[in-house]
Structure formats: C-alpha cells, structure tokens
Design a binder for this molecule. Structure first.
Ligand code: HEC
Length: 240
C-alpha cells in the first residue's frame, strides 16, 4: 500500500510542471494542435520559420539538413527554403541580423529559438503568435497578451492582420481584427499550428525517433505476450 502511495505522489509531482504551464499569469492558453507525424505540417512550419523568424532569431543548435528527418531532401532544403549562396545544408541556422544591432533596434536581443519549446510550452508559443495587438504606447507599436510589453514587433501582421484590444478594467478583455491580413482566422491558426509543430520538433529532433522506438517496443511486447500465453497453455496442457 505504501509503495502505491509513493508512486501516486511521484506521478503527481511529475505532472506539476505541465499543470503550471496550462496558464501563465492568469492568461488562458490555447491548445496547440500538435502532430509530429504530420511531415507536411512540419515542412510548412519550417518554411514559415526560416522565411520569417531567422531575420532576427538564430537556431544555433539546428542544422538545415536535420530537416531530412521531416522528409525534405537536401535539394528541397536549398531551393524551397531559398538558402543564400554562402549557407550550406550542413550549416546551423543563423540570424540575418547580428544580436547587437537587434538589441539597438528592439531594446532586447532576440533569443536563440533552438529549444524555445522547452522553456516555453507549445501552448504558450501557439497563443503568443496569435495574440499580438496594436498598442500605440509601445515603442514597436505592438503588445502581446501572454508577453506583456514584449520587445518583438509583430512580424506576421501581413498574414493575420492587425488586432485591436478591447479593454476592461485595465485588462485586455478581447482581441478583434481591425484590419484584415492575407489569411482568414482559420488559415492563420493553421499556419501557426504548423509553426508551433515545427518549433517542438526543433527543440527535440530525437522526439520523432523516440515515437518510432515506442511503437516498436509495444509491438515486441505484444508478440512476447502471445508467446508466453502459448507457452503457458503448452505447460499446463497435461496437468489436471
Ligand atoms: C524583427 C525581429 C524579429 C523577428 C523577425 C522575429 N522576432 Fe521573435 N523576438 C524578437 C525580439 C527583439 C524578442 C525579445 C522580446 C523581449 O524579450 O521583450 C523576441 C522574442 C520572441 C519570443 C519570446 C522568447 C522568450 O521566451 O523570451 C519568441 C517565442 C519569438 N520571439 C518567436 C518568434 C518567431 C516564431 C518568429 C517568426 C515568426 C519571430 N520571433 C520573429 C524579434 C524578432
């Protein structure tokens, strides 16, 4: 009995970071639609990331050819991600802007995003990229619900459009689109779902392999179970 209690306590402790992540500063996070088996989604996420985020952020722990793991050939990586001449598929993902100039421009250096999905949860990232709103009191003209007073300008405004906050007692009560972007709300949520999917993969590329190993172990165990059952029948056959 004691042992069972211990297990339950440990299981609860193990779940705590997950529960704590569910809300941040009282803000409700939206559930990121993750599917690491969906290579097309991961590839769309990789394209959005390299075309829109690498301008300021690096992902120094990530090599372009790691994208082989999500089904992109070296040629596809070079052509579809439009790698500049001096960047090889074996290179790590480096920001176009150097950190010092970025710091001058935005007040904060854009952090490396290699393992961002580990320090921030997937749900946080998914919510963050969808809750920028226009705020004329901020130097960049933008604010964010899950990251108040963020230094990052909203670089996907052309896609989502410009959101406006409806305030209630000093808090943002609701966001609504003031000026439409090139995507519908649904299309934009999909695109950010893909981007978040990709950020989770990038934080832990081995996650894909681990999934496969998991299935192989389960398959092995079921075969073993079948064999044991047959063996038991064989042994007990003559004993009555
Ligand atoms: C124009 C430069 C710029 C671009 C482009 C940009 N960011 Fe940022 N980003 C920043 C800056 C500056 C910060 C630091 C904000 C702060 O700490 O206040 C930041 C912060 C972040 C953070 C929060 C990091 C943390 O935990 O503190 C995330 C996540 C992030 N960016 C994701 C992205 C993604 C995803 C993209 C591509 C869609 C992107 N950024 C494109 C400048 C940029």
């Amino acid at each position: 009995m004691k042992a069972i209690k211990k297990v339950i306590v440990w299981a609860m402790l193990a779940c705590m970071p997950v529960l704590a992540n569910a809300s941040e500063g009282g803000v409700q996070l939206d559930k990121a639609p993750l599917n690491l088996q969906d290579q097309a989604s991961l590839q769309r996420g990789a394209k959005l990331f390299t075309s829109r985020c690498l301008a300021c952020h690096s992902a120094s722990a990530m090599r372009y050819n790691r994208l082989n793991d999500i089904g992109m050939s070296d040629d596809q990586i070079t052509v579809e991600l439009e790698l500049p001449e001096d960047v090889k598929v074996g290179s790590t993902m480096q920001a176009a802007m150097d950190p010092n100039s970025a710091k001058m421009a935005y007040g904060v250096a854009p952090p490396d995003l290699s393992v961002i999905a580990r320090s921030r949860s997937a749900d946080w990232l998914y919510t963050y990229m969808r809750t920028f709103y226009a705020d004329s009191s901020r130097p960049s003209g933008w604010n964010n619900i899950v990251f108040p007073s963020v230094g990052m300008p909203f670089v996907l405004a052309d896609l989502q459009g410009e959101q406006e906050a409806e305030m209630h007692e000093g808090h943002v009560a609701k966001l609504k689109i003031k000026e439409a972007g090139s995507m519908s709300a649904e299309e934009y949520d999909h695109a950010i779902g893909d981007l978040t999917n990709y950020l989770v993969f990038m934080s832990e590329p081995a996650i894909l392999i681990r999934h496969q190993i998991g299935w192989a172990v389960l398959a092995f165990l079921s075969v073993l179970l079948g064999l044991m059952y047959a063996l038991k029948k064989e042994i007990w056959k003559d004993i009555h």
